[in-house]
Every structure is written in C-alpha cells, then in structure tokens.
Design a protein around this ligand. Structure first.
Ligand SMILES: NC(=O)c1ccc[n+]([C@@H]2O[C@H](COP(=O)([O-])OP(=O)(O)OC[C@H]3O[C@@H](n4cnc5c(N)ncnc54)[C@H](OP(=O)(O)O)[C@@H]3O)[C@@H](O)[C@H]2O)c1
Length: 303
C-alpha cells in the first residue's frame, strides 16, 4: 500500500476507507470490513458526525478502538451540520466557532479518541464567516484537540478562500474519471492533499457497472444521460476491463488519496484486487481516459 504524507506530519494510505456506507445494522460485517481494510494496509478511515446522526462515528469508534494497539491508523471526521442526535434529524448548517468547539467534544466521545487526526469542515458557503471558522480549527489544533484540518467542498469560491486564508491540509471532493470537475482545482493546490471521494461512483466504475447503471443512474448524472454513460463506460472498458483499477490509476495520476466507500467485505475485496492491479499511467494512457470522457467544470459558486 502506498502512503501519501500530508503537511501536518502524518500519512494517509493511498486507498482509504470511506465509512459512510458501512452496514450499521450488521456490526459483524462492519467489523470484518474494517479488520480486512487494516490487514490490507489501509490506514485512513473517513467518517462524519452527520452520518446516521452520530451512529456512524459511534460504530467506527467502537470497532477501531479494538484494533488501536495492533495497528497504526488515522481517523478523519467532519463537522458543520448541526443535528439532533435523539431525533435523528438535521437542524442547520452551523460553521460558528462556538458550535465547532462543542461538536468536537461529541465526536471525540463517539470516536473514543483523545485527539482527532483530521477534522474537516463538512461543506460551507461563501456567506459563512469563514475567518471565524478558520480560527476555531486553528484553536483546536493549537490545543492539541485535532492534529490537522481540512474542508470537504465542491464550491470553487469557498475552496479559493480556504486556500488563501487557512492552513488546511486536505480538500475532499467527489473525483473520478467521469466526475472530473476537480481537475481544474487539483492543478493548483500546492501542499493541500486531495481526498477523492466517490472513486467508484457508487459502483458505476466497478465490475457491476451495467447493473449499477440500470439501478442507480436511470436519469444519468452530471452532463451525462443514461445512454451517454453507457457509451462512456464501453469506451473506458476498451482501455481497461477493470474500471475500478482504471479509476484508481486516474486518481493516482492526480496524486489523490482514494477514499472508497463499501457496504460489504465482498466489495472491499474486489476493490483491493483492483488496487493491486493499478499501475502508473503514462501520459498517453492518461490522455486516452480523458478522451473517453467529457471534461466537466463546476458551474456555480465560482465568484
Ligand atoms: N460531502 C462529503 O464530505 C462526503 C460525501 C459523500 C461521501 N463522503 C465520504 O467519501 C466516502 C466515499 O464516497 P462514496 O461512498 O459516496 O463513494 P464510492 O466510494 O464511490 O461509493 C461507495 C458505494 O459504491 C458501491 N461500491 C463500492 N465498491 C463496489 C464494488 N466493488 N462493486 C459494486 N459496488 C461497489 C457501494 O454501493 P452499495 O452500498 O449501494 O452497494 C458503496 O456503498 C464515503 O464513505 C464517505 O466517507 C464524503
């Protein structure tokens, strides 16, 4: 497993585990997924306080705490969406310093840790008081409550602001050959590490591609109709019959940490096999992928 070093002095495994889709109703399977991931050399686990309104953090914290003495790993979570844990409902977007400093205590408790390795702002708008949010993250870092911080955003104006005015170590965005909107962003990130979520596009870039196309992409996605997606998948298959490996290679070419979500051990194992197959693309191979897909750009939230 390759590792990528982020600027606050620790490394994330190139293939990481997105925990959002872990089967919460099947703890045995969820633990098997996490244990298999650790055994395969995955050292970064991504969750968020909002996922299942705190329940995801609790499950991930409970399982990972059993493995802490055996494995060295890091944990990332997110904040900014205020929710009612008891009623299991979202209240509001809340990036204020007072909220972040309270919410972090709940995440520490649910995750069973004394310090959060990577604390990410879970969205954000240009209207937020961004300097206040940044100072909250800086204070938490200074106090040793978090090791590092980042943002998860697909808004160019928000990303630009944090690039210029904060010391974010990471930027999470949906990124894969089909949703290639981040390409214009990653060119100019300096020491900010991209975390690519959605690398298999909900399974569209997997061995179950055609089934997923029928079941999840009836109305197409982004600038693609369902039919156009089918044609694109066929073009990509002519480049590499393993679409997951193709996506991983594409993301590796962009120096991304690949945050892949799974809901079963079978999916994890299949993705790990593809990871083992993934190599380094030549410029020519990379161009073939780019020629097979549309070049997309973020439309809104640019100014
Ligand atoms: N705004 C944010 O910050 C944000 C938003 C979304 C996600 N995330 C994070 O990023 C992680 C990854 O994103 P994601 O879960 O949306 O994207 P993803 O990793 O592309 O998709 C995960 C889903 O794809 C399907 N899948 C995975 N491997 C497969 C395989 N080998 N064969 C067939 N299907 C497969 C599964 O769907 P089924 O379960 O339906 O089978 C799985 O739940 C999340 O877990 C979460 O930690 C962050």
């Amino acid at each position: 497993m390759r590792n990528l070093k982020i600027k606050d002095g620790f490394s994330l495994s190139e293939l990481s585990l997105g925990c959002m889709n872990l089967p919460l109703d099947n703890k045995v399977e969820a633990e098997k997924i996490i244990e298999s991931a650790l055994n395969a050399g995955i050292t970064y686990f991504d969750t968020a306080d909002l996922y299942q309104f705190g329940e995801n953090e609790k499950l991930v914290g409970e399982i990972l705490s059993k493995y802490r003495s055996q494995y060295d790993f890091t944990l990332g979570t997110k904040v900014g969406n205020q929710f009612d844990e008891k009623k299991q409902e979202k209240i509001a977007w809340n990036p204020t310093a007072s909220y972040i400093k309270e919410a972090v205590k709940d995440s520490l408790h649910r995750l069973r840790v004394d310090q959060i390795d990577l604390y990410q702002l879970h969205g954000g708008t240009i209207e937020d008081d961004k300097d206040e949010t940044i100072s909250a993250f800086e204070d938490l870092k200074q106090d040793g409550i978090i090791k590092s911080y980042g943002i998860s955003s697909i808004r160019m104006n928000v990303i630009d602001y944090y690039k210029q005015h904060s010391s974010i170590a990471t930027l999470m965005m949906q990124f894969n050959p089909i949703d290639n909107r981040p390409l214009e962003v990653v060119e100019d990130l300096n020491d900010i590490q991209v975390l690519a979520r959605g690398p298999v596009m909900k399974g569209l870039l997997s061995e179950k591609s055609l089934k997923v196309l029928d079941e999840k992409f009836d109305d197409g996605v982004l600038d693609y109709s369902n039919e156009q997606l089918k044609e694109t998948i066929e073009s990509l298959l002519s480049i590499n019959t393993d679409l997951t490996a193709l996506s991983y290679e594409f993301l590796r070419k962009n120096d991304a940490v690949i945050v892949n979500g799974v809901s079963s051990v079978e999916q994890l194992n299949s993705n790990l096999k593809s990871y083992d197959k993934a190599g380094d693309l030549t410029d020519e191979e990379y161009s073939r992928i780019l020629n097979a897909v549309k070049t997309l750009q973020y439309g809104e939230h640019r100014i």
